[in-house]
Design a protein around this ligand. Structure first.
Ligand code: FAD
Length: 382
């Protein structure tokens, strides 16, 4: 039987971010992940470290947070980041009025952008359509999520944190309205065990509702399918976003020798609704080839569908919203102390969300220890 102060359920980027933060603050913590680290939405992500440009016009608050975290992650996790930079491209058929408003919004949000000459853009990105009418450069970057998850876990380990991959949480133990611990099963050996703890944080992503039910708590989560295509060619050296109202098929992320094209959206039936449809793939190619005409001629290496969760609060339900697409629910308000769930967020903002949740947990446990994850590199750089 293991004893710890905090148990984290879920080894996605949010879970490992919390494990690192708690461990650096001297709080004893264990993370339990049913599969390998990064198994869920974290690995179905196109690897785009947002500059904030995509959100500047419609969600300036999120854009500002992305801009700040983009700068921090490039500093603390630079061995996970490819400094590709990003281009936002307006085509002749896109509204120039939108471009004007977007430039003003980026400037107001503090996102560094610079207009690039079309000549330079075509020299640096020869596959880009010659129809491009305006090009802006922003500090978007590509990020290796698997490395990010692994290195957060290793960094936590340095401070005493402990990640248990291939281990499923099968039960939540509580008495007199207080959490006592978890029942876990090692998926490699089939062996069952117990973890005693004072606080449990449910960071199980789309499976968050299933995990909450282990404690008899209902968590209403809506699910959205997100489909990506991996093209077997590095079509672009920079992240490319089309400069118009964000839409499916308008983002290209270079990843080593591949390009990831996203994203098609549709409602999901279940957390494991993982099979891409032909229609989604064809739609992505059709919209994507407007920016890269040669796109249909390159082989598709793989397609991938992942599910993103969004919390749907019942009328009158307690929720602490830290960002527009992220919610933390403190289940003490439903009668179970020492249990909270976190749902949503973005990979770009994972560190900040982990900091907010860790502040909350430390507050509950009367631990006063400041966050240092924005200052200290994830791994030691000699
Ligand atoms: C297609 C797609 C595109 C995206 N695009 C962007 C983008 O451009 N920019 C951006 O910033 N963000 C983007 N995101 C969002 C980002 O990827 C997610 O916000 C982030 O990865 C969520 O991480 P998480 O740790 O909350 O959840 P997850 O990564 O889903 O982790 C949850 C983990 O919990 C584990 N688990 C579940 N049940 C149990 C159990 N009983 N016991 C133990 N473990 C359990 C699962 O195995 C899983 O590994 C995108 C997401 C998707 C899917």
């Amino acid at each position: 039987m293991e004893k710890t102060t905090v148990a984290i359920i879920g080894g996605g980027v949010l879970g490992v971010g919390m494990l690192r933060d708690l461990s650096m603050r001297g709080v004893k913590a264990i993370l339990i992940e049913e599969h390998d680290l990064g198994f869920g939405a974290s690995s179905g992500y196109p690897g785009l470290l947002h500059s904030g440009g995509r959100y500047a016009l419609h969600d300036p608050a999120t854009a500002k947070v992305c801009a700040g975290e983009n700068a921090i992650i490039r500093k603390i996790g630079r061995h996970c980041v490819q400094e590709t930079a990003g281009y936002f491209i307006r085509l002749p058929e896109d509204d120039p009025g939108y471009e004007e408003k977007w430039v003003t919004a980026c400037e107001a949000t503090g996102i560094p952008l610079a207009e690039a000459s079309l000549k330079d853009a075509h020299r640096l990105e020869p596959n880009l359509t010659v129809r491009a009418a305006a090009v802006y450069k922003l500090p978007d970057a590509a990020i290796d999520v698997f490395r990010l998850c692994r290195q957060n876990a290793l960094s936590a380990q340095k401070y005493g944190g402990h990640a248990l991959p291939f281990t499923a949480v099968t039960g939540i133990v509580h008495t007199n309205a207080h959490v006592q611990g978890l029942r876990i099963r090692n998926n490699l050996t089939g062996q069952f065990d117990t973890v005693c703890c004072d606080f449990i944080i449910n960071a199980a992503g789309v499976w968050g509702g299933k995990v909450a039910r282990l404690a008899g708590i209902s968590l209403d989560i809506t699910l959205t399918r997100r489909t990506l295509i991996y093209i077997n060619h590095r079509l672009t050296n920079r992240i490319i976003n089309r400069l118009h109202q964000p839409a499916p098929g308008d983002t290209f992320v270079p990843y080593d020798s591949m390009t990831i094209l996203g994203t098609a959206y549709s409602p999901a039936e279940k957390p494991a609704d993982f099979v891409p449809t032909t229609e989604e793939v064809v739609d992505l190619i059709n919209t994507g080839e407007v920016l890269f005409e040669k796109l249909p001629y390159y082989p598709i290496l793989r397609t991938c569908t992942e599910i993103r969760p969004r919390y749907r609060a019942a009328p009158g339900a307690a929720a602490r919203e830290t960002h527009r697409d992220f919610v933390m629910v403190d289940h003490s308000q439903e009668g179970l102390h020492g249990f909270a769930s976190v749902i949503g967020g973005k990979l770009t903002t994972y560190r900040l969300l982990a900091e907010k949740i860790t502040d909350f947990i430390c507050g509950k446990l009367s631990i006063k220890s400041p966050c240092r994850t924005a200052q200290e590199p994830i791994i030691d750089i000699p």
